[in-house]
Design a binder for this molecule. Sequence first.
Ligand code: NAD
Length: 303
Amino acid sequence: MDTRISGKTRLLGVFGTPIKHSGSPIMYNYCFDYYGLDCAYLAFETDVPDVKDTLAAMRRLDMRGGNVTMPCKQEVARNMDKLSPAAKFIGAVNTIVNDNGVLTGHITDGEGVVRDLLDHGISIKGEDIVLLGAGGAATAIMVQCALDGAKSVTVFNRGEEGLLKAERIGTSMMEDGVDCKMEYHLLEENQLMHDIIRKSGVLINATSVGMKPMNEGVSLVTDVTALHKDLIVYDVIYNPLVTKLMEDAQNQGCKAVIGGKGMLLWQGAAAFELYTGLEMPAEGLKKLLEEREVNPLPVLKDV
Ligand code: NAD
């Protein structure tokens, strides 16, 4: 890193709060180093009221761009010069690209899932997809699957409010000519959910059900016989690495069972391409992230 910093170094960063746990600086700096790019990436504690100043600083300091995480994604979207189609539909941004002071907002969370599936040799084109959840991750996945050619996306969510939001996004996509059949149901329609899973090719859990510590050992698919042999099961959760849903899907012999660890990597790969036009060195990065999980770097106060 020290040999790369110069008078021309372009700065990038991740913005949100809390942010100090973020794996993004490790990921992007590794990629800059890999290509010998004169760029550096840091994490900046940023809350919603700080967003406008942060964007002004991004322009003033000629930063190349940055990633955005909770709670700033919507506020950033409201303050962009331009939005990608997915970011416009969702009204949230996780990647900002600065082209000579013009800030364009993108959202790559949904691409994270679609690319992770591709990395496992699976295309969602023409697939009937059941999506559990209608929160931030779920709506990003819903939009990306529809944009990337899924035949249908059927959303099940526990609350009416989230479901209506997903429906509003879906309707605006249809009005824009996106060709994907979308349906929205409450999770209470439990029998219907199981029936539709039986007829679908892909099931994606984008809720926090199954996540450590509160929701571990629980799955929304209570009748495991719905998890058929031709089904691809994707769970966005990466802690634990194997959720109850994934365990059930493996036991039922589903065609593929994938956890959310790759989603983070592949949404980053999409952002890296937007910043640099280059492909993320995914294989080396996977190894590095595994090493850092076991041996984290000491922080300044420890050295
Ligand atoms: P969110 O708060 O926006 O949405 C949470 C969703 O889970 C909502 O649809 C909510 O209705 C549903 N939910 C929560 N508890 C439930 C319960 N008991 N029964 C039924 N539904 C329930 O959060 P988010 O940002 O969309 O994150 C959702 C999950 O996705 C989290 O587990 C998060 O860790 C994971 N995630 C993973 C990645 C990744 O890179 N793998 C990225 C983003 C989010």
